[in-house]
Ligand binder design. Structure first.
Ligand code: HEC
Length: 143
């Protein structure tokens, strides 16, 4: 009977090729969900962030310069927020230069910082280390 003589490795190859084809078809035909798209304003903000080299003084997600504060969660920090950040970006401070940003640019940078705020958390957590080496978060130590 021909089925009986069909070599086992051929069967495995055939199954693998079919699985590969089906999986490739699945990967290439699935559209990226809308929700993953980054707000175009935030993309503009990122360009401005790079042009003005903000990261020479500021960190995002803990990476960057240390002259200024980490800006990952500035917008959701109590007592700070959008208006505060916009005022500093508009005028600069004694240490931070005034980049003479216009309102559109400030809005774009705010959208960029908002994106960082939603996607990262730089706040220091305090942990309880268990006897078996596991850790349990006791919450954030700074707000
Ligand atoms: C020369 C260093 C330097 C550069 C470059 C710089 N900053 Fe700053 N920035 C600072 C310092 C320092 C502070 C803290 C306020 C102070 O001490 O004057 C600050 C504060 C801020 C704050 C308020 C943060 C907080 O949590 O209080 C925001 C928002 C900010 N900067 C945004 C920006 C953006 C956006 C850029 C790029 C366009 C930028 N900075 C470029 C030095 C800098």
């Amino acid at each position: 009977m021909p089925e009986r003589n069909f070599p086992r490795h051929r069967l495995i190859y055939t199954v693998l090729i079919i699985v590969f084809a089906v999986f490739s078809g699945f990967v290439y035909t699935q559209a990226v969900p809308e929700t993953n798209a980054v707000n175009p304003k935030a993309v503009h903000g990122k360009t401005l962030w790079q042009q003005h080299n903000c990261s020479s003084c500021h960190q995002l997600y803990g990476l960057g310069g240390y002259l200024g504060p980490d800006l990952t969660n500035t917008l959701s920090t109590k007592g700070k927020g959008k208006n505060y950040a916009a005022a500093i970006m508009k005028n600069g401070t004694q240490v931070m230069p005034n980049f003479h940003l216009n309102d559109t640019e400030i809005e774009a940078l705010l959208a960029f910082l908002e994106h960082a705020d939603e996607s990262g958390n730089n706040r220091v957590h305090s942990y309880q280390i268990g006897l078996d080496g596991t850790i349990t978060s006791e919450g954030e130590t700074q707000k």
